[in-house]
Design a protein around this ligand. Structure first.
Ligand code: ADP
Ligand code: MG
Length: 393
């Protein structure tokens, strides 16, 4: 272990009273925008006592209100206790609401086997540390190159199964990407982590989007419009309206660049669990196209340009209209028609022809990367796709 990592771990042990009585920090395993994650040995681990005992570890500094705590007590989780845990130190700059949200949703999802459970959480002053079972996994950036179609199938089946149970709880994860799905190729199973951006469906604060109305295409009420940007290299003046006095629309745009669904970019205010399915599509595209990251946009407008070079302007205009937006672009390389997924996968992976199983995966891809969320496959639909039920070899 690196000396600077050691120093960082010592700092946590020193500033967080009691933590070193319970855990021995082993390594730092993740560093994100909102947290640092450490692997630690649980010093209270007892091999003979197999279930997670939430009630005894939920001491006074457990962040959940006592009413909820009582409900947890005595509920066997059926999960095997492990020697190692992941300690997720949530940055003090994270809003308390965000932290509470993550802990609450994980509590709701505690029965889902494919969601990494929360064992307990500790708070000291403004610091919060969540304790999760340690889940051995491999780094996606290393494994995706070696994946055969059969491996993709195992990976996706596990991810879809996890999402299916999250979506059954009407919860949107909002940040589906490889680093938030810890996949173990030996077990052919993974768990979802990082519910920091997750939300309950329908918790949006603004009025419903046009896409929830049947007649959205005919309705011409324009709430705001997008102007696409010229690529900087051409030296054209950027096409943003300067003094735009129209009211801007507020919609949740949380997520990770490159994985955001079109309706998120179009500021749809009635986002559903389908936004996660788009992100799964992006992961499948990465696997089939053998490129990571597949999309590499600097901002939402760049992301829209990337999307429109695939879908073409005609379909992008229809998608925009669905959410009460207008899509316009004068970038000469963006065609009207766009390209088929099969063509894109071939280009990206530099192959002449796709095998039958790759074609099957590509058909699933087109069901996931569907611009219209109401036509996009749900996790339950996807699990019934021929790619899983009738695999060709
Ligand atoms: P952030 O909000 O900072 O993205 P995450 O919950 O996504 O935090 O965790 C960041 C990284 O830490 C993950 O990508 C993963 O590598 C590692 N990690 C998180 N939870 C676990 C766990 N339970 N077991 C093993 N590694 C984990
Ligand atoms: Mg994360």
């Amino acid at each position: 272990v690196d000396e600077s990592v050691r120093e960082d771990m010592r700092k946590l042990e020193d500033t967080f009273p009691g933590i070193s009585d319970r855990f021995r920090l082993v390594n730092r395993i993740g560093e994100g925008t909102f947290s640092t994650v450490y692997k630690a040995e649980d010093l209270h681990y007892d091999a003979h006592q197999n279930d997670w005992d939430i009630s005894t570890s939920a001491q006074d500094n457990y962040t959940e209100p006592p009413s909820k705590r009582r409900r947890v007590q005595g509920e066997p989780t059926g999960r095997k206790k492990t020697k190692f845990v992941a300690l997720k130190k949530i940055y003090v700059t994270s809003s308390p609401l965000r932290i509470q949200n993550e802990l609450e949703l994980l509590h709701d999802l505690r029965g889902c086997g494919s969601v990494c459970p929360l064992i307990t959480a500790f708070r000291y002053q403004d610091q919060v540390v969540a304790v999760l079972p340690y889940f051995p996994h491999t780094d996606f950036r290393i494994q995706y190159r070696t994946f055969m179609v059969a491996d993709m199938r195992h990976y996706l089946r596990s991810l879809m199964t996890a999402l299916n149970s999250v979506h059954e709880h009407d919860i949107l994860h909002r940040d589906i990407k490889p680093t938030n799905f810890l996949y173990n190729p030996d077990l052919k199973e993974g768990v979802l982590v990082d519910f920091g951006l997750a939300e309950r469906q329908g918790s949006e604060y603004s009025s419903p989007c046009l896409c929830t109305h049947q007649s959205y295409v005919r309705r011409s009420r324009i709430l705001s419009s997008y102007y696409s940007k010229n690529p900087p290299s051409t030296g054209f003046s950027a096409g943003y309206p300067k003094n735009d006095s129209r009211p801007s629309r507020r919609a949740n745009r949380a997520g990770t660049r490159g994985f955001r669904a079109p309706e998120v970019l179009f500021k749809c205010t009635s986002q559903t669990t389908k936004i996660d399915m788009w992100s799964v599509g992006v992961i499948l595209l990465t696997l089939l196209g053998r490129r990571f990251p597949f999309f590499n946009s600097a901002d939402d407008i760049d992301a829209m340009i990337e999307m429109s070079s695939i879908f073409g302007t005609r379909r992008m205009k229809t998608a925009a209209a669905m959410h009460g937006q207008i899509f316009e672009t004068n970038i000469p390389t963006i065609g009207e028609k766009g390209y088929s997924w099969e063509k894109l996968v071939k280009w990206s992976s530099c192959v002449e022809d796709l095998t039958e199983s790759e074609q099957q995966a590509t058909r699933l891809l087109s069901g996931l990367m569907e611009l219209d969320p109401s036509k996009r496959l749900s996790a339950a639909d996807a699990l019934q796709h021929e790619f899983f039920t009738d695999p060709v070899h």
